[in-house]
Design a protein around this ligand. Structure first.
Ligand code: SD4
Length: 332
């Protein structure tokens, strides 16, 4: 009976779509449809483009400087996100980041290139540029992700310097927080600056980077979405790239950035894909006081952004112009 019903559904679909062919799960993949990423150059007119989460004109400028000299998108995103990593006033990333509830600054970062290579570090302490350690994981180890002590030891073996990342300002705020120690993230009040950055270079190749100190006053050992390939960042050179920011737990549960890229693969524009991924979260999870934002770019150089709460913005640099734009949001 079930089989008959399934057969009827399939045959009526076939009637509606004469060119529709049914593929059994065992069917071989259509190899002709697979293109090699490096053969997929963009039309030159699209030109280099950089898009970042939040207000990041300095980071975008550093990325653009690399692209203007003909550099790779991978070099550009690394150079770009290193700017907030070294900025003590950016309290969601790298040096000066807010610590965990025990007063330790622990960092998460990942990077992905146009060939689908990926590198990531999680729960990394004492290293100012986790994005460069993530790149070294990608390029110099057979692994994708290193964590905690192992990530630190690897970084030191690569010549990275051990530093104290807790600034007096971040320590003072943390000690203030300790007086009540109520842990509850509040959308856009606990200021977010986590940077996710996507770039398209002059060759039409796409890369992305994401780096953060994670949620302020998180439990020790907590890792968010930002260093997780497919959650905080995903790039597929044949389609485009996406980054997420906000409460990582909600992004991880929905494989947010991977979802955005897959929705673009199915034909959504970057804007539609960001909206649909955010709606997926809204539909399944308690989002009322919680922020999640997505940015995305496709191979045609179209981009989009969307968030659950108002207050999310993003920075685009293209043809020597940089613009910060408020993203559309689900709640008004
Ligand atoms: C996290 N997604 O650790 C990060 C936080 C963030 O801007 O994006 N802050 O969950």
């Amino acid at each position: 009976m079930v089989n008959r019903r399934r057969f009827l559904t399939l045959s009526s679909l076939a009637g509606l779509f004469p060119s529709f062919s049914f593929r059994s799960p065992q069917s071989p993949v259509d190899k002709a449809a697979i293109t090699h990423p490096s053969t997929n150059a963009l039309p030159a007119s699209i030109g280099p483009l950089v898009i970042s989460t939040w207000k990041q004109p300095k980071a975008n400028a550093a990325a653009q400087a690399v692209l203007d000299k003909g550099g790779r998108a991978l070099e550009a995103v690394e150079a770009g996100v290193r700017v907030p990593e070294a900025d003590p006033n950016d309290m969601s990333v790298g040096y000066g980041g807010r610590p965990d509830r025990d007063g330790h600054v622990t960092l998460d970062a990942c990077i992905m290139d146009e060939k689908g290579n990926a590198g990531s570090v999680t729960f990394l302490e004492h290293i100012m540029h986790p994005i460069s350690v993530a790149r070294a994981v990608m390029e110099k180890t057979p692994h994708v992700m290193l964590s905690g002590e192992g990530a630190l030891n690897f970084a030191l073996s690569q010549g990275f310097k051990k530093e104290n990342l807790l600034t007096p300002k971040a320590e003072k705020e943390w000690r203030e927080w300790l007086k009540t120690a109520k842990y509850k993230p509040i959308a856009n009040i606990e200021r977010h600056d986590t940077i996710g950055m996507l770039a398209i270079d002059g060759q039409g190749n796409i890369s992305g980077a994401c780096t953060t100190s994670g949620l302020a006053y998180k439990m020790r050992g907590r890792v968010g979405d930002s260093p997780i390939i497919g959650a905080g960042l995903f790039v597929d050179n044949e389609i485009g790239g996406a980054c997420a920011t906000g409460l990582g737990e909600l992004v991880m549960r929905t494989c947010g950035s991977f979802l955005v890229v897959e929705l673009m693969r199915q034909g959504r524009t970057p804007q539609q894909a960001c909206e649909e991924a955010a709606l997926r979260i809204v539909k399944k999870q308690d989002y009322k006081d919680i922020q999640v934002g997505f940015i995305a770019v496709n191979r045609q150089g179209e981009y989009g952004a969307y968030s659950i709460q108002p207050g999310f913005n993003y920075t685009v640099s293209q043809q020597k112009k940089t613009q910060v734009t408020d993203a559309k949001s689900y709640l008004k």
